[in-house]
Each structure stands twice: as structure tokens, then as C-alpha cells.
Design a protein around this ligand. Sequence first.
Ligand code: G16
Ligand code: MG
Length: 217
Amino acid sequence: KKKGFIFDLDGVIVDTAKYHFLAWQRLAKGLDIDFTEEENEQLKGVSRVRSLEKILAWGNKTISQDLFNELMGKKNEEYLSFIAEMDTNEILPDVPRVLNILKENNQPISLGSASKNARTILERVNLISSFDAIVDGNDVSKAKPDPEVFLIAAKEINIKPEDCIVFEDSVAGVTAANTANMISIGIGSKDVLGHANYVFNDFTEISDDFIKSLIEN
Ligand code: G16
Ligand code: MG
């Protein structure tokens, strides 16, 4: 049977959260705002605009629209300078194995990411050709936890939402997958992603047989 397999990018295929963190931290410092790794957790899967809004709220700062736009541009420039150095070593463990099983079983694969830099990252790590469709922050108007990104990702591979399986590391992303009526597989800690249908710490815990059971059921 044909199922649709939808992958989030940051935190699932590569760990770019560390680069977002470095770039946001520098920006926050410039505004005299303390920005912690715990706060960074809450920015996972969240769009760029919404992330800056949250950081400003945590720091009790209001800024002009012009400065807001300028800071967003600077943050992205810095982030781009980090991802320019990425290579295949940054692909998270066993992601290629899972992509290969799916390919061997002729299963369509989609990307569903909030990032506007998704294509650049997939090119850097040489995975762009593994995807039959790429839906990212440039294609959606409503950010996760809204299901829009995953619904478009399903449509682009012609698979009904209820036949789709989503791999996600963020709270908002798992909620988005559940709302879309898809099977959600959380990648991370059970404490954080308890609302997912299944949770694994990483892809090394996901067996070939488990993937095959998803295809068959
Ligand atoms: C990712 C990250 C978020 C980031 C967002 C926007 O989403 O998880 O932390 O804020 O993209 O990224 P950009 O600034 O590159 O547009 P995902 O959905 O791939 O996890
Ligand atoms: Mg993510």
C-alpha cells in the first residue's frame, strides 16, 4: 500500500536548532535580553517572525517595525553563515537508512518544515533528491500548530491525510500532525512529545520492521 511519509527538517533530519540558538542568542544579547536554551526549546518549529516576537516578550521589550525587520534580516544572515558550512556529517543518525527503506518500498516522501531555508539545508546535506515534494516556510500562511504545512505536503504527493505519517520533534509540529488526522511520530523525549502516537528518542530506535508495519497497516 502507498502511504505518505512526511518529515520535519530541523530536529528530525538535521540539528539546526543549535545554529538558530547561536544566532538568536547574539541578537538577544544586543538587546540586553537573557536568552536561555530552555527558551530556545520553545522556538522549535516556530516561524522566524513568531520567534522574534517571543524573545521580545520574554525580555519585556518593544521595538519599531523597522528595527524588527532589520533584526530578522541580521539573524537570518548569521544563521545562513552557519548553514553554509553544513555537510552530510550533520545528517542525524539512521535518517538515511529510513529514507532508503521507504524508497525501496516505493513510498512517497515529503518535507514539511517551517523554515524558509529548508531547500538550502537539504542541498548542503545532499538529501534534496530524496524528497518527492518539499513544503516549507515559503509555501504556508499559517505556522504549526496549524496543520496547513502537512496538508499541503500530503496533497503534493497525492496521499490522503489519514494515510500520512509525520516525523516531528516539536510540540507544535506533533499537534499539527494530529490535527491533520495523520499518524504522528515524535522524535525526542516522551515527556515533551507525549501527545504523539509514537515517540522515539531518535531514528536508531526505529526498526525496519516498524517502518514496514506503518506501510502495511
Ligand atoms: C524550523 C525551526 C524553527 C525555526 C523555523 C524557521 O522549523 O524548528 O526553530 O524558527 O524553522 O526557520 P527560518 O528562520 O530558517 O525560516 P522546522 O519546521 O523545520 O522544525
Ligand atoms: Mg523541527
